[in-house]
Design a protein around this ligand. Structure first.
Ligand code: ZN
Length: 428
């Protein structure tokens, strides 16, 4: 093995420590910025805090010497790590992507992360009210002796997905400091509003040169995902017939009652609370309205598209049945496809997962191929023709005050980025 190959294979202890420190510092800096997105927001990005973090990352990219970058008017930050291959040699361009927003389910304002060195395996108090306990989270016990990062109980942490952003940035900095390591061009992509499900709507895919793009937005050590739900949204409008309630007998058709009857028809066995693994569901997610007109939004999710179609047809039959039950009342459905399972797109380019397996094997990280009971921005990139599997980042209990992350796994995820960049660089 040449000296260069040895250098490629392993980082020195000092380098690894610096790498870890870079990830931790960036992570703590990013989580303090409130980037909660707004599902009802009409601007893109939906909230100003996301701009703040995007500008910080943009500045940091320039500081580490990356000047080939663009922050678009809708808050997509795309930067390019230049190829270090000798003249005349070209390797496939690959990308890494993370989202800068945090979920609407829990506040992301004034995040005050708690860094616990040398975790002792006991309960961790989150402020004065809440406790993060290994009795509810047995996976914490895998990280005794490690550095854990938790919340103070009043907010989420934002490891979803600022862990991913910190990892991509630390890896970019590392390669800028090591121009002797040969690799192709690498695209670094930071996106807004992932949590609203509309984050990729305006993504300028034509700007990307990547053959594939690894999304750094997973969770537990070694977990990777190349499959997600197919997803559709159905908005159902119930129109009643209104009369003065004093003289309503036999004439009033109440849209609120219609909407409730409709929801009661949904099979309880096909709900998110009753299913797991590969079973899909219906989920009524929003309800609003008056006796005159009411609206219900139902999410359909399944790994198989024909099951989405089956549920869509079932909703149409239920609507007809409801109109028969409430003469004079009307039910209209509006169906919107949200995203598709990534499976076929990723399988079409087998090298994408082969490199992932190889990178993990080189780092002695056992991979677990999981399925996502949800979607990612990666799913939307797949639809746009760029295979985009998802890689673990080391965070747990997303969208909650119990969110926590293990620093050693955050570092391993960044090492996966390093390894993938080196492996793809050999594909000339
Ligand atoms: Zn995420």
């Amino acid at each position: 093995m040449t000296e260069k190959e040895t250098a490629e294979k392993e980082m020195t202890e000092k380098e690894t420590a610096a790498f870890e420190q870079s990830i931790l510092e960036r992570f703590l800096r990013y989580v303090r910025i409130d980037t909660q997105s707004d599902i009802h927001g009409t601007d893109k990005p939906t909230t100003p805090g996301q701009w703040e973090l995007l500008h910080i990352i943009e500045e940091e990219l320039k500081q580490i010497g990356i000047n080939d970058l663009e922050l678009t008017e809708h808050g997509y930050l795309i930067a390019r790590l230049p190829s270090t291959l000798p003249e005349g040699k070209v390797a496939p361009v690959i990308g890494f992507m993370a989202h800068v927003d945090t979920a609407g389910d829990m506040s992301g304002k004034n995040v005050n992360p708690n860094v616990i060195d040398n975790y002792d395996g006991r309960d961790i108090p989150l402020g004065s009210t809440w406790v993060l306990s290994p009795s509810d989270n047995p996976e914490m016990l895998k990280y005794v002796g490690d550095t854990l990062i938790t919340t103070d109980g009043s907010t989420l942490l934002g490891a979803d997905d600022k862990a991913g952003a910190a990892q991509i940035m630390a890896a970019a900095e590392y390669f800028m400091q090591h121009p002797e390591l040969e690799h192709g061009a690498v695209e670094l992509i930071f996106t807004p509003d992932e949590e609203t499900g509309t984050g990729m709507d305006l993504f300028p895919v034509e700007k990307l040169k990547s053959r594939c793009c690894y999304t750094m937005d997973g969770s537990e050590r070694g977990h990777v995902e190349a499959e997600c739900f197919n997803a559709a949204k159905v908005d159902i409008t119930f129109t009643g017939v209104m009369y003065h309630l004093g003289s309503a007998r036999g004439r009033l058709v109440n849209a609120v009652t219609m909407a409730s009857s409709f929801i009661a028809m949904l099979p309880r066995t096909e709900s998110p609370e009753a299913t797991d693994g590969r079973y899909g569901y219906y989920c009524p997610l929003e309800i609003s309205g008056t006796a005159e007109s009411a609206k219900v939004t139902i999410y359909l999710r399944d790994f198989e598209f024909d099951q989405i179609t089956r549920r869509r047809k079932a909703l149409e039959s239920m609507a007809e049945a409801l109109e028969a039950l409430y003469p004079g009342g009307q039910v209209t459905l509006s169906y919107k496809l949200q995203y598709l399972n990534m499976r076929e797109h990723i399988a079409a380019d087998p090298l994408v997962m082969q490199k992932l397996d190889e990178a993990a094997a080189n780092l002695d990280i056992p991979l677990h191929h999981e399925i996502i009971r949800g979607g990612t921005d990666g799913a939307r990139l797949c639809e746009k023709g760029i295979p985009a599997p998802n890689i673990f980042t080391g965070g747990h209990n997303y969208h909650s005050r119990y969110e926590w992350a293990a620093l050693s796994v955050m570092t391993e995820a960044a090492l996966m980025i390093r390894e993938l960049i080196l492996l793809w660089g050999k594909e000339q």
